[in-house]
Design a protein around this ligand. Structure first.
Ligand SMILES: Cc1cc2nc3c(=O)[nH]c(=O)nc-3n(C[C@H](O)[C@H](O)[C@H](O)COP(=O)(O)OP(=O)(O)OC[C@H]3O[C@@H](n4cnc5c(N)ncnc54)[C@H](O)[C@@H]3O)c2cc1C
Length: 393
């Protein structure tokens, strides 16, 4: 087997899932993660179709199922908290829904004993030669690996070092979102409340068997310039955008100041002409972020990890063959999930009062409509738009 040592940048979802399969197939992965430990936070993520099948093949389905949110329908409310319409559970939560942070911990636990993790570090520079990639880390250490995989998210460092500036490949979909933990002060039980004004959504839903809750914010805007790593700047943006709004918005913004896991980003897709260059490949959001509006990002990460590791094993480590097959198997599946994001913003964050009323009316009438299964059917088709090979062992 060629190319045994593989450095993975990013210990979120894609990175540990890849490490899992690489170990299974006899490679020696190292994961470098910028955070000091597994990085909690984020909203609940849906698992459907092929991604669920991969978790079964990993033997992690039961752990994921046990940690599922069991979330029911979500209520759209008005400024006084009065119920206006119901967002059905099957649209909101997929086949199995789990908090992103819980998934990160399950994947880390499944790999920590046989994968080298370098927390609190990051790749500073890479120099690709004929026999490997010489890597300098921010900590000052230097090492050479046979291959490098960028699984470091939407603002991937490996992508920037290999392909150049993010702006060439990013497609902004018009919204920013924020999510963070708050106490469950509304006493929500396996449900959530979403409040809209034109171009904005504020929401709260229960988590971890109602012992906690998550606050969720979306707002429409032109692209914003800010530092991706400056939480304080991002919190101020959110406060300004939602200043003066009613419902529970002031309380949620106050709780934001105590939240241990504040997350803020844009709804952006990454569209690259190729998922690899030389000895470097990209995986998950780093290679093909479908955006939070698609609901398929974690599925793409988990399935992509399986296919990338499987193709490397099948090609006995020949990265040129494996990377080409990885890309050809993934493209259609990626494109189908990217499509899910189109138009989704108008439903979640309607642009006008008329849109909000039409959306609510649509959800009220949905149970009686012949097309009631269409939304879940489209999501399910995208989630199954790949045939999973059996790579053994
Ligand atoms: C804290 C957090 C919260 C999130 N919340 C949401 C959410 O609410 N809704 C949503 O749709 N998506 C969210 N996402 C994105 C979502 O997790 C991904 O879309 C999806 O799960 C694909 O996973 P990924 O592993 O490719 O990327 P990610 O889950 O983003 O993981 C990337 C990892 O790379 C690490 N990293 C970044 N830069 C470097 C670097 N230079 N060196 C080393 N490591 C680096 C990050 O710390 C992170 O752990 C969140 C991501 C994070 C990190």
């Amino acid at each position: 087997m060629r190319n045994q040592t593989i450095l993975i940048s990013g210990g979120g979802i894609a990175g540990p899932a890849l490490a899992f399969w690489l170990r299974r197939f006899g490679f020696a992965p190292t994961v470098v993660e910028r955070a000091r430990g597994p990085r909690d936070g984020g909203q609940a993520v849906d698992f459907r179709g092929a991604a669920l099948e991969v978790t079964r093949r990993m033997g992690l389905y039961d752990a994921i199922h046990r940690a599922r949110t069991a979330m029911g329908a979500v209520s759209y409310v008005d400024g006084l908290g009065r119920h206006r319409a119901t967002l059905p559970a099957e649209i909101m939560s997929g086949e199995v829904e789990i908090l992103r942070g819980d998934l990160v911990h399950i994947l880390h636990d499944a790999t920590r004993n046989d994968t080298e993790y370098l927390f609190g570090d990051s790749i500073a520079a890479m120099d690709t030669g004929d026999d490997g990639v010489a890597v300098s880390f921010a900590s000052g250490a230097t090492r050479t690996f046979d291959l490098v995989v960028g699984a470091d998210g939407l603002h991937s460092n490996v992508r920037a070092l290999t392909f150049g500036d993010e702006s060439q490949f990013s497609r902004y979909l018009g919204y920013h979102l924020s999510i963070f933990s708050v106490p469950n002060f509304l006493g929500l039980e396996y449900t959530g409340h979403f409040y809209n004004v034109p171009g904005k959504l504020a929401g709260m839903y229960s988590a971890r068997d109602n012992t906690e809750a998550r606050a969720l914010f979306y707002f429409a805007s032109p692209p914003l310039g800010y530092d991706h790593r400056d939480d304080e700047q991002q919190k101020k943006i959110l406060e300004q955008r939602f200043a003066g709004e009613s419902w529970e918005v002031p309380r949620l913004l106050k709780e934001m100041r105590n939240a241990p896991d504040f997350y803020f980003d844009s709804t952006t897709q990454i569209r690259l002409p190729s998922y690899s260059r030389g000895r470097v490949a990209l995986l998950g959001d780093a290679g093909y972020c479908a955006s939070t509006l698609s609901g398929g990002g974690s599925g793409l990460a988990v399935v992509g990890a399986y296919v990338l590791a499987g193709e490397l094993a099948r090609a006995r480590g020949d990265h040129e063959t494996a990377f080409a097959r990885y890309e050809s198997r993934m493209r259609g599946y990626v494109d189908a999930n990217m499509k899910l994001a189109e138009g989704a913003g108008n439903w979640l964050v309607p642009p006008s009062g008329t849109w909000i009323r039409m959306r609510n009316l649509n959800y009220r009438l949905l149970p009686y409509m012949p097309w009631k299964g269409l939304i879940t059917k489209t999501a399910s088709q995208a989630a199954n738009a790949i045939e999973l090979e059996d790579y053994g062992p």
